[in-house]
Design a protein around this ligand. Structure first.
Ligand code: SF4
Length: 462
């Protein structure tokens, strides 16, 4: 199952190269966007030489734009693990020829085992396993060709992986939510909390219609996250829940940074490679001529994309309008139906922005803290501990490095006493110091959650 993970980059160079290895899949999910490829009886697999050439062209394109070392190659399907020997060869080639290139694999997980997972992990390939939630949610759409649900196969494969691989940062779950399964989200989140995976990314099914009743269920589901702010900050055991397109802020962030090599040996913008041809040439290069970023840029400022921009008030959030629109075109939908789809997409994204902006802010803060120099992970214990009960503490934020201030907070938080009060002062009008105070506040609350403390925090300008 394919997914998007894009971030704004230099507009003249693709951030991501997606390689569609074959048209084979061992599942028959009812929402599969590339099912037209599966129906095309003959097995089609891209040869190693084609894949290698595509990677060379991509790497050349990055280098021309001063972005060597910034690349990300994504392997997709239909189910790439059906072609594991080919995948292994391409991964080895990339690792040898472009040591800094990042790689990721999208898989339905049914064929994953310890041998494949450890090979991929050793070679720095991040694995995204499609798992839509609890059994009822997953098996609602993701079935084998005879109709049997694939939940047992996927969860069995994940549970059989060594703990280190399962909980390490290289393995993520990608979960697709649909109007039919959104009511099961609370149950699905609890299931994910017990699975031992570090990151779960939630996205919405691209082609489903979200009518008023489904949108109400979606709005209710957002409460599941908002009621657990510590989870966003990293103050709870994994997983961390992330959201499909929340990092992409505009059109270019969503589509202009990714190209796919399709089974016809041509490059396409992003996911168009997996949508039935819509009667117009949307390819942006081939193995002879290379990746044509100018054509991609022209396309993005062309009439079709302008129409999408006009019709979709909010592009990013949980749904991508472009793929959906183009799929509609290729299916022969009328202009009216296409406009309705764009409005539908916009409504979902606006709802997401309205309901989840606070939670996304906490996620960002948690991420910043976890990667701040010298700060360490949130679970990390202090070097020194106090013996005396500490019930109240005042700290002046700003000035000293965040890591030193963390050490002071840890002394207080780890000291005996279960009920505590913390005041974080900062010079009035000093925006960076206020930001540090807010970071330290977030850290203290997350840490208090981990340690089971009752903590009251106040921020005071001085
Ligand atoms: S696993 Fe992915 S490619 Fe295979 S049928 Fe399901 S959605 Fe389609």
């Amino acid at each position: 199952m394919k997914k998007k993970s894009v971030k704004p980059q230099d507009p003249r160079s693709p951030f991501l190269l997606e390689l569609v290895l074959s048209n084979r899949c061992n599942l028959a999910c009812d929402y599969c966007s590339s099912s037209f490829l599966l129906k095309d009886g003959a097995r089609k697999v891209l040869p190693f030489s084609t894949l290698r050439r595509a990677v060379e062209l991509y790497a050349g394109c990055l280098e021309e734009n001063g972005l060597a070392g910034e690349g990300l190659v994504s392997f997709t399907g239909n189910e790439p693990l059906l072609e594991f020997p080919l995948l292994r060869r391409v991964v080895r080639y990339i690792r040898r020829a472009y040591p800094a290139m990042r790689m990721r694999l999208d898989t339905n997980g049914t064929l994953l085992d310890a041998g494949k997972a450890s090979f991929l992990s050793r070679n720095g390939v991040r694995i995204f396993v499609s798992l839509d939630g609890c059994r009822a949610a997953h098996d609602r759409h993701r079935t084998f060709p005879g109709g049997r649900g694939s939940f047992d196969a996927v969860v069995g494969a994940l549970r059989a992986l060594p703990e280190k691989l399962r909980s390490g940062g290289d393995l993520c779950v990608w979960s697709v939510v649909t109007p039919e399964t959104i009511g099961l989200l609370p149950e699905s989140l609890d299931f994910f909390r017990g699975l031992g995976i570090g990151t779960v990314v939630l996205g919405l099914e691209t082609y489903a219609r979200w009518d008023a009743a489904a949108l109400r269920r979606l709005k209710d589901a957002f409460r599941c996250f908002r009621s657990r702010p510590l989870e966003a900050l990293g103050g709870c055991p994994p997983p961390r829940f992330l959201f499909g397109l929340s990092g992409a802020s505009d059109f270019r962030g969503m589509i202009g940074q990714a190209v796919s090599l399709a089974l016809d040996g041509r490059f396409y913008p992003c996911d168009f490679a997996l949508i039935p041809p819509g009667g117009r040439d949307l390819s942006v290069g081939d193995l002879e001529s290379g990746i044509d970023m100018r054509k991609l840029d022209r396309m993005i400022s062309g009439p079709m994309f302008r129409r999408i921009e006009r019709g979709c008030e909010r592009m990013s959030g949980l749904r991508a309008p472009v793929e959906r629109y183009y799929r509609g075109l290729s299916l022969g939908l009328s202009g009216r139906e296409l406009s309705r789809d764009l409005r539908d997409t916009s409504r979902v994204n606006l709802l997401f922005a309205r309901e989840m902006s606070g939670y996304l802010g906490l996620l960002e803060r948690g991420e910043r803290l976890a990667t701040a120099p010298g700060f360490g992970d949130l679970a990390h214990s202090p070097k020194y501990s106090a013996d005396k009960t500490a019930a109240a503490f005042r700290l002046r934020a700003g000035g000293a490095p965040l890591s030193a201030q963390r050490a002071g907070l840890d002394l207080f938080l780890y000291a005996p006493g279960r009920t505590k009060s913390l005041t974080l002062g900062f010079p009035a009008g000093d925006a960076p110091a206020r930001g540090s105070a807010a970071d330290l506040c977030a850290y203290s609350l997350a840490k208090a959650g981990l340690l089971g403390l009752k903590l009251a925090v106040s921020l005071e300008p001085e």
